[in-house]
Design a protein around this ligand. Sequence first.
Ligand code: ATP
Length: 297
Amino acid sequence: MKNKIHFIVNPIAGKGKNKLPVALVEAYFPKENYEVFIKETEFIGHATALTELSIKEGAQIIVACGGDGTINEVACCLVNTQVILGILPMGSGNGLASNLKIPKNLKKALSIIKKQNAIEIDTASINGEPFFSNAGIGFDAHVISDFEENTTRQLFSYVKSTFRTLKKYNYKNVVELNYNGITERLSPFLLFISNSNEMGYKMSLTPRASLQDGLLDVIIVPKLSTFKLFLFAVLFLFKKHHWLKEVRFQQVKNLEIKSLDDSILKIQRDGESILQKHSNIIIEILPNSLNICVKKV
Ligand SMILES: Nc1ncnc2c1ncn2[C@@H]1O[C@H](COP(=O)(O)OP(=O)(O)OP(=O)(O)O)[C@@H](O)[C@H]1O
C-alpha cells in the first residue's frame, strides 16, 4: 500500500512567498510508492480544517509547512493519534523546528521526513487548547498582539512591536499562581510557559526546557523598574537573564493562573493571540502525546 503524505502549506508565513513545488516533493516521494497531497491555507484556522480532512483521507504523515502558528493548527489535530507530524520550516521564528534541529533548507527538511524517524514529544494545553512551543500572559502576549497588526511577519516587525509595547506596557493585571503546591500573587512582567527551549530566531527565555521531560518550564518575572527592564533586555540578548535576581524558573506539570480582578488576560499561544473568555487559566503538560519526524542522530 502507498504511504499517504499530506503537506499543508501556509503561503503567508515568514516572508510570505511560500510555495512547495510539486516536482520537488515528487522527487523525494515518487508516485509509485507515495500518495502525496499538497494543500494551501487560505485563512486563519484553515490548516486545522485541512488537517482534519487529511486524517479522514487516511494520511499517515501530515507536514506543517510554515511557522509555529501553522504547526499549532496542524498538530492540534494529531495529539494522541498515530498520525505523524512533519515540519517544513517556512515561518519567521520557527522556534519548534529549531529546537528539533529541522533545517530551513527545503531539501534537507524533506529528506528528514522521508526517513520517517519519528519520536514522541510532550505537548501542552491552555484551557484545553493545545500548544507545542510556548504560551504566555505577560509582556510577550502584548508584543504578539501588537505584532499581529503589522503587515509583515519578520524579525524587524517583532523588534518594532517590542519597543512599542515597552512604551505602553502597564502592570494592571494582578494574578494568583498555583503550581507545585505553592500559591503566590504578583503583577507579572513575564509569565512565560515553555514546552520547547526556543522561541524562534535562536532566542530562548527557558534554555533548559525539554520536549521530552514531561514538564513545562515557567519563567516568572515580576514588575521591574525601568533600569531593571533595560538590564533584563540586555542580559536576555546574551542569554544571561537568569543573572537577575528577580528572574525565577519553575518546572511544573500544571499551573493555574487566576486574574484577581476578574479581568480577561491577554494570552499568546505559539506566537498567536488567542481570545480568552475566562479569567482562570489552566495549563497542563501532556507527556509523549505527539509523534514527530526528526533527524536521526
Ligand atoms: N492564507 C492565509 N491568509 C492569512 N493568514 C493565514 C493564511 N494561512 C494561514 N494564516 C495564518 O498565518 C498565521 C501565521 O502563521 P505562522 O505562525 O506559521 O507564521 P509566522 O508567524 O511567520 O512564523 P513563526 O510563528 O514561526 O514566527 C497563523 O495564525 C495562520 O492561521
